[in-house]
Design a protein around this ligand. Structure first.
Ligand SMILES: NC(=O)c1ccc[n+]([C@@H]2O[C@H](COP(=O)([O-])OP(=O)(O)OC[C@H]3O[C@@H](n4cnc5c(N)ncnc54)[C@H](O)[C@@H]3O)[C@@H](O)[C@H]2O)c1
Length: 318
């Protein structure tokens, strides 16, 4: 099997590339390194089963050419910044929705029948039902969520029109090795700059669930093997959640920082479009025999450990 991974030099995509290589796949990574890192992939560069294409998903000709002879596409490229849409109302449409359309077109040209898509819990907006099952009708509260939901819809339509199958994963925030954006990243960066205070977006009462990247990838590969509908949609999350205030407390205690003064931007949401309570119903993926190996606490600890030993990542982007 030859797998094509868009965004394969990023946090999740590079971990996925490593897992697929271990399972005997040939891997083509397609990435423009806008937020990806050379250091996440360099250990694979001499592996004959690993191929890197440094290019943009918006470049349709290179995209279609690079996909030749692949059997499956893992579409993990995106503008993964969930907060940016309010300042730049075009970026999610362009990078996430049109980017996905370009990937689908390149698959069509190359007659590739399988697509795995990194969607997001954000598609549920601010759901009334918690834990949130895959079956609710999502109402959008952010352009990032809307762009992922539109991409999902387009993938479903391509599966209807052409000989394609898809596996769509709506996931909570992933953490673990190579984590380069999100709440712990922001907090550690702020505390590095000023260990006496921490500015928290919202009132700190937001509750979020986190999943270790290794658990997430295992779930994706299991669903790919065991679920064979035309369109397979799965939530991926953990059984528990933690409040932002509790997460800040664990981080400060883990970094041996005492008497850190918390300040707040206020309100129930960290930003417009933020979901105050993210907790997904994971019965559907669990029914396939998957369960997370890492608790939320262990996931957070491994992330703090990773960023502590790779502290320079806090200050480089891309
Ligand atoms: N990290 C999370 O917690 C999380 C949660 C839900 C969904 N997702 C989704 O999972 C996927 C991977 O997220 P991540 O956290 O690894 O993000 P990331 O930013 O680390 O990875 C994205 C990768 O895509 C590349 N890229 C971006 N735009 C590109 C373009 N136009 N052409 C080619 N390459 C491009 C970047 O260089 C980067 O390597 C994304 O689709 C994201 O929306 C992530």
């Amino acid at each position: 099997m030859r797998a094509f991974i868009t965004g394969g030099a990023g946090f999740i995509g590079s971990n996925l590339a490593d897992s697929l290589l271990k399972r005997g796949y040939d891997v083509v990574v397609y990435d423009n390194f806008s937020t990806g890192h050379q250091r996440f992939i360099e250990h694979n560069l001499n592996n004959p089963a690993y191929h890197l294409v440094e290019a943009d998903v918006l470049d349709k000709a290179i995209l279609a050419n690079s996909m030749r002879d692949c059997d499956i596409v893992f579409h993990f490229q995106a503008n993964a910044d969930v907060r940016g849409g309010i300042k730049n109302t075009l970026i999610d449409l362009e990078q996430n929705t049109i980017g996905t359309h370009n990937v689908l077109e390149a698959m069509k040209v190359n007659q590739i029948e399988k697509m795995v898509f990194a969607s997001s819990a954000t598609v549920y907006g601010d759901p009334e039902i918690i834990p949130t099952p895959e079956t609710i009708t999502p109402v959008q509260t952010s352009l990032y969520g809307a762009s992922k939901y539109s991409a999902e819809a387009m993938i479903q339509a391509y599966c209807e029109y052409f000989e394609m199958k898809s596996w769509i994963f709506r996931f909570v925030s992933f953490m673990g090795p190579r984590y380069t954006h999100g709440v712990i990243f922001d907090f550690m960066k702020k505390l590095k700059q000023d260990p006496s205070s921490l500015h928290i977006l919202g009132d700190g009462s937001q509750r979020k669930s986190y999943l270790h990247v290794e658990d997430g990838i295992n779930a994706i590969l299991l669903a790919l093997e065991k679920s064979q509908d035309k369109v397979n949609i799965f939530n991926l999350g953990n059984k528990e959640w933690i409040s932002v205030n509790d997460l800040a407390d664990s981080l400060c205690s883990r970094l041996n920082l005492k008497d850190v003064e918390y300040t707040y931007s206020g309100g129930k949401r960290g930003w417009k479009g933020d979901t105050p309570f993210v907790h997904l119903d994971i019965q559907k993926i669990s029914a396939l025999g998957w369960k997370p190996r890492f608790s939320v606490k262990e996931t957070i600890e491994s992330t703090i450990h990773y960023l502590s030993v790779n502290e320079d990542l806090l200050f480089v982007r891309g």
